[in-house]
Design a protein around this ligand. Structure first.
Ligand code: BDP
Length: 718
């Protein structure tokens, strides 16, 4: 007995240690459901929260469970399930088909499609209730997450009238996960998919992953790397894939796979993978039928072909449409799609790398089957901190184009740098393509089906691994969150998304939310400043892309070398993509070609992307290009110092564990931002031979010192 009392005493003492009692490690993401401030309870008075669910399905069960978890956590209500009886304060969830109560309300569900929802405060039989209704069970689940968000964001819930539906159909995460669990460009541990123990061990974490995705509307996941291994298409692996598909299904998530184009040779025993060879097409048809026999709602294939050494139809002198259509024909009867990537460039092609995707794909407009989407990266080169939008957007009006963003920060500081990608994605989505006329943004092109009923979508290269906090750092979670929000509504605001995320993830104190959102909103411009200002790009170290290496110029393929991108010489710096250079500007609509073709009219953030300019070219600030470059580097580093000061001011206002982790990561970011700045200046100064402007410190080491830095074990290698 005495031992028990002592044990309880120590247990209570341990729980009372400040910062430990409410320790958080980030596992709960933005779905923390912590008790809300007692003062706010008043808002939820009369909200006794009986839960009325009519009809049963795995998705409705998931919705009910989520509500019970959320309301239980935030408001302390137990939320008993009471079928059919509405009392004051009840929440009624369901579809007109499953629920006579909802059917009787005549809600405006008509235009909301299969995934939209309505949330309304209503009176039912003289009682005040909240209804969350949709045309399908998954719409109900999305509505439940939205309703919980309202409470998380301290919104009133007594006069609700929300109707919402996604603007894009396919909202897909691309996992670059290998079968041995190494994640290409992954900075958050191993792949979540524990293939060795699948299909028997169904890690509860798979369900939490699905919950998180459903909470932001993601409805598809490609499980494996675009640099694909054909093995995943074999029978023993399909059973594992099925286990994941079964877990994700109630959350509205379909599974897709990347298919290696040469699979007929590698696992099929054929001599060729020529898409026009009937034996090859027959092999794929049989394989696709086999997949659907195992996974009836399989989403389809993602393909990287004839890019960076991957096999593809060009190996047989066929084009991308030949390859995509052959697969699309066999997927079509099952409702499957092909997401064919436009990320191509080739060692044999001497033309500007920025032009190659457009040159190969634009002429194929109209030649793809209607269940093919061409998946295009946001910029023409490769997920750089800043690129102008890809000229293919708007240039293939008869082909469904899918946006591809990179959520994992391969080129933006890995997991440790606090970089919120919302403003970067917004910049691309908001860009006016002028196709066919002014006022057609990239977002509007993605949203508008090319034919009635044609498929639309957005893909994001995932930043998720088996780290406790999923994304390798607390703040990297915000990019997963923002991707889901933009895929749901490409016109959403980066600032609103940051605020919502901060409130749900960190604290409901408006001052804390404000400080965090402000920090986030400037963080992308900061990384551009300290890595690649004024339109520079691709200056990262070889292979792993960790840290600066603008000096590299001796790699086999020209476009692997940073020097190819900056073209710095004694006279100046930048890539001439005007008529006098590669003429990449001509791939944009005429007004943009004209704007980007003129030094004076080019927005300064894209200056060196489009122009090669003398070091003493005058920027709008009046500074020379050289002085401006240095000023940008320092501005970027200063911003990181500012984030550290903000973060310091938040100590004690958020839980210790996550505060400490972020604090230390910001220290890493400062060291690395400084490294980028110093190494870049040391190198470019060796070329420009110019003094630093006053007030800017010289790099502490000489160029050779920076060149000697090697990081053979940097994470995420390909
Ligand atoms: C590059 C990555 C490489 C990917 C490639 C792609 O470095 O790992 O395989 O993109 O998107 O940026 O296919």
């Amino acid at each position: 007995m005495r031992h028990l009392i002592l044990f309880l005493y120590f247990l209570m003492a341990a729980l009372a240690i400040p910062g430990q009692a409410n320790a958080e490690d980030g596992y709960d993401l933005w779905l923390r459901y912590r008790p809300i401030e007692p003062a706010r309870h008043i808002v939820y008075d009369g909200f006794t929260a009986l839960l009325v669910v009519e009809g049963r399905s795995p998705t409705l069960d998931a919705a009910a469970r989520e509500l019970q978890m959320g309301i239980g956590g935030m408001l302390g209500h137990r939320m008993p399930l009471v079928p059919g009886v509405v009392a004051d304060g009840a929440i009624v969830i369901g579809t007109p088909a499953s629920s006579p109560i909802i059917a009787g309300l005549n809600l405006p569900l008509g235009s909301l499609g299969s995934e939209g929802f309505v949330i309304r405060s209503v009176r039912i039989g003289g009682k005040d209730a909240t209804v969350i209704a949709a045309n399908s069970d998954i719409g109900v689940l999305y509505g439940v997450f939205r309703f919980l968000r309202e409470i998380q964001l301290a919104e009133r819930i007594d006069k609700l009238d929300i109707a919402d539906a996604p603007k894009l159909q396919r909202r897909v995460l691309n996992h670059w996960d290998n079968l041995d669990r190494h994640v290409e460009r992954g900075y958050s541990g191993l792949s979540l998919w524990d293939w060795q123990t699948l299909p028997t061990f169904r890690d509860p974490r798979y369900t939490d992953y699905a919950r998180a995705n459903a909470s932001i509307g993601i409805n598809g996941v490609v499980l494996n790397n675009v640099n694909a291994n054909a093995t995943i298409l074999t029978a023993p692996w399909l059973v594992k894939v099925k286990a994941l598909a079964d877990i994700f299904r109630p959350y509205g998530i379909r599974v897709y796979l990347t298919a290696r184009f040469s699979a007929p040779i590698e696992i099929g025993g054929l001599k060729s993978a020529d898409p026009l060879d009937p034996a090859v097409a027959a092999w794929w048809k049989a394989k696709i039928d086999e997949i659907y026999a195992v996974i009836p709602d399989f989403g389809g294939f993602l393909i990287k072909a004839n890019s960076e050494g991957q096999p593809g139809p060009q190996d047989y002198k066929r084009n991308h449409a030949d390859g995509a259509n052959m697969l699309a024909d066999s997927l079509k009867p099952h409702g499957g799609i092909v997401m064919w990537r436009a990320f191509v460039y080739s060692a044999e092609n001497a033309d500007d790398r920025a032009k190659q995707a457009y040159s190969e794909f634009q002429p194929l407009d109209g030649q793809f089957r209607d269940n093919v989407m061409v998946q295009v990266k946001n910029g023409a080169i490769d997920f750089q901190p800043r690129e102008p939008f890809h000229p293919l957007f708007g240039a293939m009006p008869r082909t469904p184009l899918m946006m591809e963003f990179q959520i994992t920060k391969e080129y933006l500081g890995f997991n440790t740098h606090l970089v919120y990608l919302g403003p970067m994605w917004k910049e691309a989505l908001h860009a006016d393509t002028f196709r066919p006329t002014k006022g057609n943004s990239v977002a509007s092109i993605l949203e508008k089906p090319v034919d009635p009923g044609a498929v639309t979508g957005m893909a994001g290269v995932a930043n998720i691994g088996n780290d406790r906090n999923w994304s390798g750092s607390q703040f990297a979670q915000s990019n997963w969150y923002a991707f889901g929000r933009f895929a749901w509504n490409p016109e959403d605001s980066a600032d609103t998304i940051a605020r919502d995320w901060a409130a749900m993830t960190w604290s409901d104190d408006p001052a804390v939310v404000d400080a965090i959102a402000t920090m986030m909103m400037g963080s992308r411009e900061a990384v551009v400043d300290y890595m690649t200002p004024l339109g520079l790009a691709h200056l990262m170290a070889t292979g792993h892309h960790y840290g600066p290496a603008p000096w590299v110029s001796d790699l086999a393929r020209p476009e692997w070398n940073p020097a190819y991108y900056h073209k710095a010489d004694a006279n100046g710096i930048g890539f001439d993509r005007t008529k006098s250079g590669s003429n990449a500007v001509a791939q944009y609509a005429a007004p943009l070609a004209e704007q980007f073709g003129s030094v004076k009219k080019t927005p300064e953030e894209f200056l060196l992307w489009f122009h090669h300019l003398p070091w003493d070219y005058r920027l709008r600030s009046g500074q020379t290009l050289w002085d401006g470059l240095i000023t940008h580097y320092d501005k970027g580093v200063d911003y990181v110092r500012g984030m550290i000061a903000t973060w310091d001011s938040l100590k004690g206002k958020i839980d210790d564990q996550r505060w400490e982790e972020t604090h230390m990561f910001l220290e890493i970011q400062l060291q690395e931002a400084q490294w980028w700045r110093d190494a870049s200046i040391a190198y470019f100064q060796s070329i420009s031979k110019r003094p630093l402007p006053e007030g800017h410190a010289p790099p502490p080491h000489d160029l050779d010192w920076y060149k000697a830095i090697q990081n053979p074990y940097a994470p995420g290698r390909s």
